[in-house]
Design a binder for this molecule. Structure first.
Ligand code: 13P
Length: 283
């Protein structure tokens, strides 16, 4: 079934957990994530980032996301991740997405406020939730090698976060406090006191991007400090690749579906473990 962003985040708040938000830009990741969510029995956010348009269009993967989530008994939100312009987010809504993140984090503050506000108004007309972003997180979800180290100078300022939420009306806030997108090249040092300050200042659920590659203890501490949505992609895509390599190394394997099956199994194991860690962090 499909539920709204606010409903999923309220579930997280009630149970003292973070909701897993998994990018599924290939079919194997999508079916694996749905199976993992059904196995664990908690709401999950399925998302498609604009940067993955080069892999599959939001209309094509969106049709599959909406159809598979609708027929499942498990609750899912269908969320546009890192929308960089309002037209892309509108395309997502047309394709059946019911939630969106506008990423204006690299824009000057006033422009980020104005453009995020426009997205909130577009979404409000349809009863959908919006996540905004303030503070810059380095790296992206495309596996680029020159990434992996957070920059404290770009962390989110709590007072700006308060103003941003009040002026935009976002229902969730993505913030920078030590994570990066993609692979980590240095052990992350998350700022837990900053998470507490941001949760207090923002007054809406706090979102962690760059969720791959943290230890279970780091997830638990972030959740304890109030993070309610954790975005996850890179390590799921990485285990799919590792599984594919193993299968293709076998000269007796002739047909591609063996790769797809191995990748699906690998992603399901990886994403199940991630969702379970988040779900088990409840008070
Ligand atoms: P990772 O690349 O660390 O998995 O983060 C994904 C993400 O934040 C998507 O928005």
């Amino acid at each position: 079934m499909i539920i709204g962003l606010s409903e999923a985040l309220s579930y997280g708040e009630r149970h003292g957990i973070a909701i897993a938000a998994v990018n599924t830009p290939f079919f194997e990741a999508l079916t694996a994530t749905i199976a993992a969510a059904e196995r664990i029995g908690v709401p999950v956010i399925l998302q498609h980032a604009q940067v993955h348009e080069q892999v599959v269009s939001i209309e094509d993967i969106g049709a599959a996301m909406v159809a598979l989530a609708s027929r499942s008994e498990c609750p899912f939100v269908i969320h546009v991740d890192h929308g960089e312009d309002i037209d892309y987010i509108a395309r997502g809504f047309e394709a059946g997405f019911n939630s969106a993140m506008f990423d204006g984090s690299r824009l000057p503050f006033e422009e980020n406020v104005a453009r995020t506000r426009e997205v909130v108004e577009l979404a409000a007309g349809r009863g959908f939730g919006v996540e905004g972003e303030l503070g810059v997180m380095l790296g992206n979800e495309n596996g680029d090698p020159d990434q992996g180290i957070a920059d404290e100078a770009l962390y989110t300022d709590p007072e700006q976060a308060r103003e941003f939420v009040a002026r935009t009306g976002v229902g969730a806030l993505a913030a920078s406090f030590g994570t990066v997108h993609g692979m980590y090249h240095r052990e992350p040092h998350l700022s837990y006191p900053l998470i507490t300050e941001l949760v207090d200042a923002a007054g809406v659920p706090l979102v962690m991007h760059g969720g791959s590659g943290l230890s279970d203890e780091e997830y638990r501490r972030c959740i304890e400090h109030g993070v309610r949505k954790i975005n996850y992609y890179t390590y799921g895509a990485k285990v799919a690749m590792d599984a594919a390599r193993e299968v293709t190394a076998d000269p007796d394997v002739l047909l591609f579906p063996s790769v797809a099956v191995a990748a699906t199994r690998a992603v399901e194991a990886e994403v199940s473990s991630f969702i379970r860690t988040l779900a088990d962090s409840g008070k």
